[in-house]
Design a binder for this molecule. Structure first.
Ligand SMILES: Cc1ncc(COP(=O)(O)O)c(C=O)c1O
Length: 422
């Protein structure tokens, strides 16, 4: 295993294909997985781990679900990429349009990042404006203009949060505090006629679970309308996670554009963006907003996405089951942790949850409210759980996901292991 890690580090930055997988944030080293089924991962050294990271969200039905795997095998025998229109692509688009209240038309891409990048281009193409408003503590993929943090003071244009982001691009993004209506009012007063779009995650879930109020989300929507800019709801995580209609339906919103990813690809690489027909008509080949992709609408991904959405559409009670199981796990786990004297705050939205090892019972609405102690404590918790056969997300800021494969028995097994192990 050490040997493989050494080899990985000789040919890949940090030995990984995405930074959080390094486990650096929890003082660990990359997990090497050889297989996965249901709720469990099998590591290269033959250990089984109950997985609460679930590939960061796509696997709502569990790992390696028969319904999906069989479809992928069948499709692979018929071809892996055609570079043409396919029936399965139309079928997946129809299902998304049928389920998602804000999507009249949809365009498939290959990642959530690409979906956001294209949605921003569409917003700029439509409005002829350049500025984008985002919020501190949200993540929208690694597109340059979204890897930006706030400048000093409110309503100042952003600065790059990664090397390699030109100032000219960072300055096209305004970064505001989450939940702060005054900041939004101020930004619109100052830059109103230059703002192309405001983008926010349905439930900000990339810096912990920073649940926003219904009121704040609707306030953003109203302000966008008032100032003639577009409201983009990033549903890469929340799409088909909070229900068939995502955060749009959950909060009763009417975004102009939504971005999707993760679940709609059934565990294969995907992204999508969609919205009102009059906006989507601006996309090439109909309109002059260009966007394309060699592997977009890839048939393997399309069958995996169709299989996933079929299960979710045929059995909508899955969402209630997932919510109840998640609630049970969160409550009982909080109880165990508190009995053992850990300060704990937990939050849950449907089948997503997050633990902060900090003062109990408070609502965390921004990333700055997570203390250094909480981050260090999470790293210890993570290591202890790993030792005991449980894999939690590898950062204090990543949220955990439940899948349908996390049955009552799996949850009991988890609680038992944690009770004994901590
Ligand atoms: C809300 C949100 N938007 C965009 C992205 C980027 O998606 P991808 O990693 O597929 O590029 C993510 C990824 O976690 C996300 O959570």
């Amino acid at each position: 295993m050490d040997d493989l890690l050494t080899r990985a580090k000789q040919v890949m930055p940090g030995g990984v294909s995405s930074p959080v997988r390094s486990l650096k944030a929890v003082n660990g080293s990359p997990l090497i997985v050889v297989a996965a089924k249901g709720a469990k991962l099998k590591t290269i050294d033959g250990r089984y781990l109950i997985d609460y990271c679930m590939s960061f969200g796509p696997l709502i039905l569990g790992h390696s679900t028969d319904a999906i795997v069989n479809k992928i095998i069948d499709q692979a025998e018929k071809g892996t990429s055609y570079g043409t229109l396919t029936m399965i692509e139309v079928e997946l688009a129809e299902k998304i349009v049928e389920c998602h209240p804000a999507v009249d038309w949809v365009r498939f891409v290959n990642s959530g990042t690409e979906a956001v990048m294209s949605a921003l281009r569409l917003a700029r193409g439509k409005t002829g404006r350049e500025l984008i408003v985002k919020f501190d503590g949200t993540y929208h993929g690694h597109v340059d203009s979204m890897l930006v943090k706030s400048g000093s003071g409110l309503a100042t244009l952003g600065i790059g949060s990664s090397a390699g982001i030109p100032d000219t691009i960072a300055k096209k993004t305004l970064v505001l505090p989450l939940g702060d209506k005054d900041a939004l009012i101020h930004a619109f007063e100052e830059y109103g006629d230059k703002i192309a779009a405001v983008i926010i995650e349905g439930v900000p879930a990339n810096n912990g679970l920073l649940v926003q109020s219904h009121d704040f989300l609707h306030f953003i929507q109203r302000k966008c309308k008032q100032h003639g800019c577009l409201f983009i709801l990033d549903e890469v995580i929340t799409g088909f996670r909070l229900g068939l209609g995502g955060a749009t339906e959950y909060y009763g919103l009417k975004p102009d554009i939504v971005t999707l990813g993760k679940i709609i690809g059934g565990g294969l690489p995907i992204g999508a963006y969609g919205g009102r027909k009059d906006l989507m008509e601006l996309i090439a080949p109909l309109g002059n907003v260009y966007q394309a992709g060699t592997l977009s609408g890839n048939p393997l991904v399309m069958v995996a996405g169709n299989a996933t959405l079929d299960v979710l559409r045929e059995t909508p009670s899955i969402y209630g089951t997932l919510r109840n199981r998640t609630g049970r796990l969160v409550n009982e786990l909080s109880g165990i942790l508190m009995d053992k004297g850990y300060p704990i705050t937990s939050s849950q939205v449907e089948s997503m949850f997050w633990f902060v090892f900090d003062q109990p019972d408070r609502q965390i609405r921004g990333p700055s409210q997570v203390s250094k102690d909480a981050i260090a404590n999470y790293a210890k918790f993570h290591a202890k759980l790993l030792e005991n056969g449980i894999y939690f997300p590898p950062s204090a800021f990543e949220v955990a996901f439940l899948s349908l494969a996390h049955t009552d028995e799996v949850i009991l097994e988890t609680l038992e292991k944690i009770r004994k192990g901590l």
